[in-house]
Design a protein around this ligand. Sequence first.
Ligand code: ZN
Length: 142
Amino acid sequence: MTRDEERLLRRAIELAAQARAGGNPPFGSLLAAQDGTVLAEERNSTLTDRDITAHPELKLARWAARELDPATAAATTMYTSCQPCGMCAEAIARSGLGRVVYALSGAQLDGLKPPGSAFVAPPAEGPALYDEASLPVKGYYT
Ligand SMILES: [Zn+2]
């Protein structure tokens, strides 16, 4: 990692501290162009917005998909204070961002949380009703 990249990653950590100071979970992220220009910054706002999806990485992915053309998005790097969660990782993939650089890993984050604080997915059932469910999908992805 270059010194410029470390500077951008430190900015993401600073945004995480700002999120915490503002009453939210401590996570921050930014999106940078290839030359290091910061295009957008976000802080976690899940508590103040009362929105479980208000992770900074997801907000940046949505912004990039809305505001950047695909080539520009592919040339960006997201610098984020923590490895993106599954929700954000999928949004980042869908938004076409070029690269992600993170500080804390998900495992390191888990080590900083009290035991038993992980999210538990509910039981899921399926597949079912293939013939009916596939009708509106067939022919869409051609
Ligand atoms: Zn997330």
